[in-house]
Design a protein. Structure first.
Length: 182
């Protein structure tokens, strides 16, 4: 299957003024409504990581769960869920962070990773990088290492990918959008 970025990007719906005025929300649900597009997304990530040396897949609440769970299955890797505050039932580690919309907290089960583990973290997009940076801090607190942060979309003007790179966390995204691109 040939990756055609233009047709792929056309399946990412821009929603103006959501969740607040001035924001262009990048809706990936049309990608999931197209079996061909979903297979293209998953196959692209699987091909990138099939021979990579890491031990776990991390998925960010909530859209990252859609991608991460499939990739964990395809690569036969354990799946670690990074959840919004108050959603996990056992002992958790918590990390506060800033989003483009305000303050939030991310949690993970405290026994999810060990010294020497390495994780590829998945989310739907990288904007300011807050969620993935919080997850990376949690990973490091457990003694593990972030192999890479991956997403379908990068919004480079918001600086999240650069913030991750500045923390020595490589990033990989299938496509990017400028803030003004509709």
């Amino acid at each position: 299957m040939i990756f055609d970025e233009f047709s792929f990007k056309s399946l990412i719906r821009p929603v103006l003024d959501f969740p607040k005025p001035g924001i262009i929300f990048r809706d990936i649900t049309p990608l999931f409504q197209s079996p061909k597009a979903l297979r293209l997304v998953i196959d692209s990530f699987v091909q990138r990581y099939i021979e990579a040396d890491f031990s776990h897949i991390g998925a960010m609440d909530a859209r990252g769960f859609l991608i991460g769970s499939i990739i964990a299955y395809e690569l036969n890797k354990p799946l670690i869920l990074f959840r919004k505050q108050g959603k996990l039932p056992a002992d958790v580690l918590s990390e506060g962070y800033q989003t483009e919309y305000g303050e939030a907290f991310l949690e993970v089960h405290a026994d999810s990773l060990c010294d020497g583990d390495s994780i590829v973290m998945f989310d739907d997009l990288i904007a300011t990088g807050g969620t993935l940076i919080a997850a990376a801090n949690l990973v490091r607190r457990m003694g593990a290492h972030v192999y890479e942060a991956a997403a379908i979309i990068d919004l480079p003007e918001l600086g999240g990918s650069q913030r991750l790179e500045d923390m020595n966390i490589p990033t990989f995204c299938l496509t990017n959008f400028s803030l003004s691109e509709k």
